[in-house]
Design a protein around this ligand. Sequence first.
Ligand SMILES: Nc1nc2c(ncn2[C@@H]2O[C@H](COP(=O)(O)OP(=O)(O)OP(=O)(O)O)[C@@H](O)[C@H]2O)c(=O)[nH]1
Ligand SMILES: [Mg+2]
Length: 303
Amino acid sequence: METRSVFVTIAGRANAGKSSLLNRLVGEKIAMVTEKPQTTRTKITGVLTEGELQYVFIDTPGIQKARNKLGEHMNRAVSESVTGIDAIIYMADVTKKINEIDRNALEAFKGGKAPVILALNKIDLLENKAEAAERIAEFSEIAEFHSVIPISVSEDDGIDILKSEVKALAVPAPHYFPDESVTDQPEKVIMAEIIREKAMLLMHDEIPHGIAVTIEQLDESETRSGEDILNITATIFCERDSHKGMVIGKGGAMLKKIGQLARTELEEFFRIRVNLQLWVKVKEDWRNREGLIRNFGLSNNTK
Ligand SMILES: Nc1nc2c(ncn2[C@@H]2O[C@H](COP(=O)(O)OP(=O)(O)OP(=O)(O)O)[C@@H](O)[C@H]2O)c(=O)[nH]1
Ligand SMILES: [Mg+2]
């Protein structure tokens, strides 16, 4: 059988819905999603195989005006993901006016070879569909697109059209990932991300952005009734003592809530009972410390 593959990078400003799109395309929740900007911190590969064709989607962090070293790493993760691929899906929230970040990103893509598909997301939020036309006009003034597709990831609207546009760009090539895989993320990374997502969802202001999670210990045992159980010990890092207090909450209430939400999702994802132990530690200003950024697996230095 002659096989084909297509590599597509999903890029755009924070909160546009890139990770939601990745999850929708591969049919499983492999990337974390929150209503807060700057949720995704590294590139995440999603794989979808349909017969001879393998799609490889790369979700990237929202492009930002970097305010710390972590932000610089995140932007680098985007720029390194837009070369050597077959297409770029540039995703934008249709309800937001274009800005400098869109302009600069699209200008930078002009130097590359990959065709750019503009996906205008969240059309479900438009009262008047004519607003989409306004946005299309704005974007068309600053760049040329392979195609422009209004979509709603949450309503599953227009995703098929987007997929068929991508499919048309596939090239004869081997399948680079096993046909049954949905992501190349190691299990520990997925575990840490599920916990981080819950902490991000429940925390406010600056706290969610200063959270990192590591898995300290992982083993499987049997309960007394003979059921398999996965024992996970994880640490939630935050940037200040005052943040630590908030993450733990009154009488440990917040940490318990994070743990409950995370455990439910971990059990669903890994289809096994989970025993989750959470610790909270402080690493001051870690988002500006290269060594810590690297330890948390967030470094983008290609060495
Ligand atoms: N109304 C509406 N909301 C959506 C849609 N798609 C995504 N969202 C919401 O938009 C928010 C951001 O979604 P994400 O998928 O995390 O966005 P992202 O682009 O990956 O964000 P970063 O990782 O921060 O760059 C979440 O609250 C989603 O539920 C959509 O089609 N319609
Ligand atoms: Mg994301």
